[in-house]
Design a protein around this ligand. Structure first.
Ligand SMILES: NC(=O)c1ccc[n+]([C@@H]2O[C@H](COP(=O)([O-])OP(=O)(O)OC[C@H]3O[C@@H](n4cnc5c(N)ncnc54)[C@H](O)[C@@H]3O)[C@@H](O)[C@H]2O)c1
Length: 340
């Protein structure tokens, strides 16, 4: 593990879209961390990114990366189905773990990841980056400070920027719940601290790509969640918001309301011959650049100071996953599902 006197040495596992962005964050935006190795089985992927960021070691085999003794921590940014095994492998190698969401696709996998990190006594943080967005962090602080009283109604939404250009055949079934709305489930649990989700009802459809519905593809969903303190939340998602990347949250209580999130990029407003207009966020890596950076800075600090992670851990990932799994069951049954 790291000593207080030197930066944390990090290895990246998975050099795709978000992995490359996290690698750039470690290499260029964090002062207390070094990116020392990258692994990705796709030929050339790790080597290309390593060359761009002046990283010394590039591998196609994750085991080689984990065998590097100077490595303190890893960032796992592979497709979701590989996450649990990699968390376990990294923990067993004694590395602190930052794992992108979802950490697991079943509750058994989640338990395995949590147990591995606990047994190895390594920090485990999960990539629910919305917690570090300034508006969400301030909203959370206001709720925690009791400004609106005990939450009664909560909302969280994710509308990915359109037009949707993905290939439904290459998107795993349930992605809208496992990968998209899982952010909203974590956000809602975090904003409604200390509560437990007890019942979920989900309605979902393929409204963006109705042609793919027959194969089980879902691109639009609304979820109702009831919590054990009586509060009720709504989460919704759609894969094609033509006007931009739209992430919002809201908490309402007896003392008032907090709202979080704004699709507008900045306060710059254009007044011209057409009228009044503002530009919008188009990519997660633009919208959340500060949040993604703060998220990894917090992880690095925990590793460096040998403290517990301040961000969401394995148990948080499991709680959000339980809601996602209940949604999938609810859609299949067209009925509410109770959570154990
Ligand atoms: N928190 C966020 O806002 C956010 C944003 C985007 C993606 N994600 C998550 O990050 C993960 C990756 O998403 P992406 O869009 O970057 O995917 P991607 O397909 O662009 O990249 C995945 C990379 O992992 C590599 N890979 C596959 N199997 C591997 C293995 N066993 N070991 C090492 N590397 C392996 C692939 O070759 C590829 O380069 C997903 O779980 C996704 O949900 C999170």
């Amino acid at each position: 593990m790291a000593s207080r006197k030197r930066p944390v040495n990090i290895g990246l596992i998975g050099a795709g879209r978000i992995g490359s962005f996290h690698a750039e964050t470690v290499a260029r935006r964090l002062v207390d961390a070094n990116l020392v190795a990258i692994a990705d089985p796709a030929p050339g992927a790790a080597a290309r990114l390593a060359a761009q960021l002046d990283v010394d070691h590039a591998y196609t085999d994750v085991a080689q990366l984990l065998a590097q003794p100077e490595l303190d921590a890893v960032i796992i940014a592979t497709p979701a189905r590989f996450h649990t095994n990699l968390v376990v492998q990294a923990a067993e190698a004694g590395k602190a773990v930052f794992c992108e969401k979802p950490m697991a696709l079943t509750l058994e996998e989640a338990d395995r990841a949590i147990a591995a990190a606990r047994a190895a006594e390594v920090p485990l943080q999960v990539g629910f980056n919305r917690r570090w967005d300034q508006a969400f962090a301030e909203g959370h602080a206001a709720v925690e400070a009791g400004k609106i009283g005990a939450p009664q109604l909560l909302r969280s939404l994710t509308r990915d920027p359109g037009p949707f250009g993905g290939d439904p055949e290459r998107i795993p079934l349930g992605t809208i719940f496992y990968e998209t709305l899982i952010h909203d489930f974590d956000t809602l649990l975090w904003l409604n601290a200390g509560t437990r989700a007890v019942e979920v009802y989900a309605a979902a459809d393929a409204l963006v790509r109705p042609d793919a519905k027959e194969k089980g593809f879902l691109d639009t969903a609304v979820v109702t969640i009831r919590f054990d303190n009586g509060s009720i939340a709504v989460a919704e998602a759609n894969f094609s918001a033509l006007y931009g990347y739209d992430i919002r949250g809201e908490v309402f209580g007896p003392g008032g309301m907090v709202t979080m999130g704004d699709v507008r990029r900045s306060s710059m407003t254009l007044f011209d011959g057409i009228g009044v207009s503002q530009d919008t966020w188009r990519r997660d890596t633009d919208h959340f650049v500060a949040g993604y950076t703060a998220q990894l800075a917090s992880f690095v600090n925990a590793v460096r100071e040998r403290e517990a992670v301040a961000g969401p851990g394995g148990e948080d990932a499991r709680r959000a996953l339980a809601i996602a799994l209940a949604c999938i069951e609810s859609v299949a049954k067209k009925a509410p599902v109770a959570l154990k």
